[in-house]
Write a new protein. Structure first.
Length: 505
């Protein structure tokens, strides 16, 4: 498998599609840093950091909310450039491409030559690129970060030194770390049967990745079952908007056909036929099983990108047919309904209403909320786009260092910076041993809001992801009551205090 990776793609997209390494810019999603420019990373900004922490490190940091539509639209020229070199190209996400390497390498004269040509093709569009080749998508993505070509059969050895956090399951990584298994190689060395007994299905899937195998075998399409869905139009369409509405219906028909065959898909090919006889095709991949909403969203991204590049303009005569072809078929995991699910017709009506909202506002507009596991109050509330799977973080699982009861009544969307001072006006600090240097005396909440501290509890230290220097975080929390009756949950990170929540007293 060949993977081409364009570093900092979210940042490149929000800066207008041109790489500008000297700008201190970062892309934020849900209050955390998603990606940062080279200059920002050199100054200490890291993926997963809270926004306030990043802004405290870098003065004048440009902050941009993530816009996946823009990322996908601007990435199309890069995908086109690589698509001329490798067949069956898949867009894993804007910024990452994948393709089978065997046939393409044989055609171009070797894997080294293929990798060089992919890099040259992407750099010709104005963007840096790294390429990795290995057995399977997971190993190839890590190889792309290191610009490595891993020989056939050597993926397990290549993966061995990586931390278990790279397997993508935070809960499993935390458990393995406490068991003394800090690297992928140590986890891969465990017997498969023992992993299945102790860690279940999620552990088996991660164990296969650690051994350099695909996450799951692909189930062949049953003979005689045509799962392709198509919509032909009496009048050609020159704009993407009416095609997006048609795509939602096609996505529902696609999943109905898959469900009838007991299957689900991990990839989907979007195809359009134009009035002049030309056509265009692009494959999109998803980490996990594609839901109806996820399929419709990827079709929308692709149609908007094609419209911008005039694939179906007046010269082409417009689109006369839209087609979805499922690929990467797996057994449908199914969904067990409980006795309390109630009126199924009402549920179906609600799902159709949400689908219309997604078609208008985007896949990520309507969300569902679930209480998940976590240590900080803000980490426990997970908002997930409708139709996507919630994060697998059990609320009743062991969370060492979790804040004791009672929990805050209100949690701000983003941490609110404050100052905690002692009687001499100095900032109260917390040592590495979680001891306060000075007794809290005043809490400065703003230019005109200051309260005297009547009492406090804590601090409670927390160190997360200590095995990953780029993702590690050290925090200490303090419950504080003021003389006017207010109560707050404070946290200090990097020497800066902020409010994580307040209590209804």
């Amino acid at each position: 498998m060949l993977v081409g990776w364009v570093p900092d793609w979210p940042v490149v997209a929000v800066l207008g599609g041109e790489p500008q390494p000297d700008r201190l810019a970062a892309v934020v999603e849900r209050g955390r840093i998603l990606a940062a420019s080279g200059a920002a990373r050199a100054a200490g900004v890291r993926r997963g950091q809270r926004l306030r922490s990043a802004q405290a490190l870098v003065a004048g940091l440009e902050v941009h909310e993530r816009d996946v539509d823009v990322e996908a639209r601007l990435f199309e020229p890069v995908a086109d450039a690589v698509g001329r070199l490798a067949a069956h190209l898949e867009v894993v996400r804007p910024g990452v491409l994948a393709a089978p390497a065997t046939g393409a390498a044989r055609f171009h004269g070797g894997e080294d030559v293929l990798a060089e040509r992919v890099v040259d093709a992407v750099e010709a569009t104005g963007h840096p690129c790294t390429v990795g080749i290995a057995d399977g998508l997971f190993a190839a993505r890590l190889a792309a970060r290191a610009q490595r070509i891993v020989p056939v059969g050597e993926s397990a050895r290549f993966l061995a030194p990586f931390p278990v956090a790279e397997l993508g399951d935070g809960r499993l990584a935390d458990l393995l770390g406490r068991l003394g298994l800090s690297t992928v190689g140590q986890f891969a060395a465990l017997p498969a049967g023992s992993v299945a007994d102790r860690f279940g299905g999620a552990g088996v899937a991660a164990h296969r990745l650690a051994r350099g195998l695909e996450a799951r075998p692909v189930v062949a399409r049953p003979p005689g079952v045509d799962l392709v869905v198509e919509e032909r139009f009496e009048e050609p369409y020159l704009l993407a908007e009416p095609l997006v509405f048609a795509a939602r219906g096609l996505a529902e028909r696609l999943h109905a056909g898959l469900a009838a065959a007991g299957l689900a898909c991990e990839r989907v090919e979007v195809e359009v036929d134009c009035a002049d006889g030309s056509s265009a095709c692009r494959a999109w991949r998803h980490e996990g099983v594609l839901s109806v909403g996820a399929v419709a969203e990827r079709v929308r991204w692709q149609l908007q990108a094609w419209q911008q590049r005039a694939v179906f303009d007046e010269a082409a005569g417009g689109v006369v047919a839209l087609r979805l072809v499922p690929d990467g078929l797996v057994r449908d995991p199914g969904r067990q309904l409980s006795l309390a699910d109630g009126d199924q017709e009402a549920t179906a009506r609600a799902e159709r209403a949400v689908a219309r909202v997604q078609a208008i506002l985007g896949h990520t507009a309507p969300v569902t909320v679930e209480l998940a596991g976590g240590r900080a109050p803000g980490d426990r509330v997970v908002r997930t786009p409708w139709g996507d799977a919630h994060q697998d973080r059990r609320a009743d699982g062991p969370w060492p260092g979790r804040l004791p009861a009672p929990s805050p009544t209100r949690v701000p969307a983003a941490p609110v910076p404050v100052r905690l001072l002692d009687a001499d006006g100095r900032e109260v600090e917390v040592t590495a041993r979680a001891e306060l240097l000075g007794a809290p005396d005043r809490l400065v909440l703003g230019s005109r809001d200051m309260a005297r501290v009547a009492g406090w509890a804590g601090p409670w230290p927390e160190q997360e992801r200590w095995w990953d220097p780029g993702e590690s975080r050290r925090t200490a929390r303090l419950q504080v009551t003021a003389d006017d009756g207010r109560a707050f949950l404070l946290a200090v990170t990097g020497g800066r205090w902020h409010v994580e929540g307040d209590y209804d007293t």
